[in-house]
Design a protein around this ligand. Structure first.
Ligand code: HEM
Ligand SMILES: *[C@@H]1O[C@H](CO)[C@@H](O)[C@H](O)[C@H]1NC(C)=O
Ligand SMILES: *[C@@H]1O[C@H](CO)[C@@H](O)[C@H](O)[C@H]1NC(C)=O
Ligand SMILES: *[C@@H]1O[C@H](CO)[C@@H](O)[C@H](O)[C@H]1NC(C)=O
Ligand SMILES: *[C@@H]1O[C@H](CO)[C@@H](O)[C@H](O)[C@H]1NC(C)=O
Length: 336
């Protein structure tokens, strides 16, 4: 057994070096066990708040998953989305078109933050809360699990202009591909992450053009399944309530499964940007085959989703303590 001692010692040394890189490196990497010593129950604390919130809001898991996306695509995963406006100082991203009257779940993020501050004050960042909440939300909805990488700091700024450039449901495939490429993500991530539209709701305003006046033709979108069109026409009458809500996946509205892709396969995508991934001329041989693969294999989708969420969570993580902080209140920069 004596001969194993040097190996064991070397193993300990490797672990220490890995932790040091994770915690203090100038180009610090995120890591799964970032809060292992400082807030070991962080994951369970977030989970409990989410389970409680879900009792009165079945949509909350979808809403929280979307917040992580809208945070990461705008100057990286840094909690910038969560800052409220301060006149002349912070132009809140919450007012940008993709978020205004649309992004939701902020009071639940506040509850998570309060619970974490109670257990381990000043330790867990708001950006990491969004990453944890997304994983827990997907898992609790029947989707895949993955090891969430942690160690992000929170920004002291918001970026309204960048938030105004978030992917739009009216973007064509070329633009969607570019917006993902611009944050270091590929077509596989675009198709995979769009699969999050397997749960949650969307307003009528995003589908009315497809129902009544597609591309200014005064005709419906020809790529819209006629039965689904009849159904949506009832729910979203022309000149009706543009804010009325619809299930993004009418087959299993609150379950995280592969039905987003089986819907697209039969022209039952809700958003124009959803059906674009399968039906546009540009999608053939590019994104459409990925849709087809996930429509036939939930396992393939789940594995890809876990990887793409890690990829998205790695967009420009803010880890430099001279630029970021652990906010005490997710809505405000500290000492402001
Ligand atoms: C590919 C580009 C994307 C576009 C154009 C897009 C657009 C939209 C739109 C327009 C809505 C409905 C909002 C409303 O009616 O108020 C929505 C909802 C949603 N999106 Fe996306 N999205 C995209 C990608 C993603 C990604 C990457 C995720 C997460 C990984 C995501 C997760 C969700 C979820 C879960 C909902 C439902 C939210 C709720 O019920 O509160 N989306 N998206
Ligand atoms: C957000 O929407 C409201 C209407 O609900 C509007 O009054 C407000 O100006 C919008 N905010 C921004 C920043 O455009
Ligand atoms: C996609 O949209 C952009 C911007 O509106 C436009 O310039 C481009 O021609 C469109 N591409 C296709 C293939 O429709
Ligand atoms: C249909 O869309 C076109 C172009 O966006 C617009 O000029 C036209 O007025 C619309 N028709 C109706 C009936 O709203
Ligand atoms: C439109 O629908 C939204 C969402 O369901 C609802 O909150 C609002 O009260 C509705 N507005 C009208 C005028 O019915």
């Amino acid at each position: 057994m004596a001969s194993s001692t040097p190996h064991a010692a070397a193993g300990v040394l490797v672990l220490l070096v890995a932790a040091a890189v994770c915690l203090h490196g100038a180009t610090a990497q995120l890591c799964e066990d970032y809060y292992a010593d400082t807030c070991p129950d962080a994951y369970d604390i977030v989970k409990q708040v989410l389970i409680d919130a879900h009792k009165s809001d079945v949509r909350i898991y979808a809403s929280l998953t979307r917040l992580h996306f809208h945070d990461c695509f705008v100057q990286g995963c840094d909690g910038s989305l969560l800052l409220d406006g301060v006149p002349g100082v912070i132009n809140s991203e919450k007012g940008a078109p993709a978020n205004n009257n649309s992004a939701r779940g902020f009071p639940v993020v506040d509850k998570v933050k309060a619970a974490l501050e109670e257990a381990c004050p000043g330790v867990v960042s708001c950006a990491d809360i969004l990453a944890l909440a997304a994983e827990i939300s997907v898992e609790l909805s029947g989707g895949p699990k993955w090891g969430v990488l942690l160690g992000r700091l929170d920004s002291k700024t918001a970026n309204f202009a960048s938030a105004s450039n978030l992917p739009s449901p009216f973007d064509n495939l070329t633009i969607l591909e570019k917006k993902f490429r611009d944050v270091g993500l590929h077509n596989i991530d675009l198709v995979t992450l769009s699969g999050a539209h397997t749960f949650g709701r969307a307003q009528c305003r995003f589908v009315t053009a497809r129902l009544y006046n597609f591309s200014g033709t005064n005709r419906p979108d020809p790529t819209l399944n006629s039965g689904y069109r009849a159904f949506l026409t009832q729910r979203c009458p022309q000149n009706g309530n543009a804010s009325a809500l619809n299930d993004l996946d009418p087959t299993t509205p609150n379950i995280f499964d592969k039905n987003y892709y089986t819907n697209l396969a039969v022209n039952r995508g809700f958003l124009p940007s959803d059906q674009e991934l399968k039906s546009s001329p540009q999608a053939q041989g590019v994104t459409a085959p990925i849709v087809d693969r996930f429509a036939t294999s939930q396992d393939a989708f789940f594995k890809s989703f876990a990887q793409s969420m890690i990829n998205m969570g790695n967009i420009q993580p803010l880890t430099d303590p001279s630029k970021g902080e652990i906010r005490c209140n997710c809505r405000k920069v500290n000492d402001s």
